[in-house]
Design a protein around this ligand. Sequence first.
Ligand SMILES: Nc1ncnc2c1ncn2[C@@H]1O[C@H](COP(=O)(O)OP(=O)(O)OP(=O)(O)O)[C@@H](O)[C@H]1O
Length: 219
Amino acid sequence: MLNFSGEALSYGRTTVLSDVDFTLRPGERVVLLGRSGAGKSTLLNAAYARMAESFPDIALIPQEHGLVPQLSVFHNVYMGRLDAHGAAYNLANLVWPFRAERRAIAPVLETVGLDGFARATVETLSGGQKQRTALARAIHRGGRVLIGDEPVSAVDERHAAALIDELGRRFGTILLALHDVALARRIATRLVGIRAGRIFFDRPTADVSDGDIHDLYRA
Ligand SMILES: Nc1ncnc2c1ncn2[C@@H]1O[C@H](COP(=O)(O)OP(=O)(O)OP(=O)(O)O)[C@@H](O)[C@H]1O
């Protein structure tokens, strides 16, 4: 599904990650861990760019959400499936949302705890509500693969766990960056630690000890 073999990931002439050996197989749930700036987003973005070439069936939750602040929650969630319709349908739905689309999106909003917010403009939402909108857009899109960059970082602990479980139920193959190790252990079949510009460990979740995690985050 995805394979990096000994590759360097760079911005211009600056290499962020070297010797990247990384695979993602169907059915895996892989979480990237590491200190801020370690290169988790860099690997996720490279993974998305490469996979999107061969798997259009992929949902993305970017770190900055990628929402249109001037549009409603409904419209932002609808955009998850923009490519399912032609321009005329999309434009009409922008001006006067179709009942079928409202009905399709309502349960998704309920799932992420945004029922009653369909008409709210995204710029009026809290950080956590914006993040829930981005989650709803990915869930509405659906597909075989989810790539998410800190998808529940702005949501309180209890709801974060419920939302992560929901993503686990909805998507067969998942690649996430998370800063919360307990959440990572909860969903991941494999944990990948990134440190000092390299993959520090890449192992089944059960084989990653608290000592490994301590070493990963140590200054
Ligand atoms: N567009 C860019 N151009 C140049 N350098 C970048 C760019 N994006 C990120 N970097 C650099 O790459 C390194 C890794 O950043 P990245 O965002 O991948 O880390 P991260 O592990 O996702 O961090 P965080 O947990 O804070 O989101 C950092 O040193 C960062 O400054």
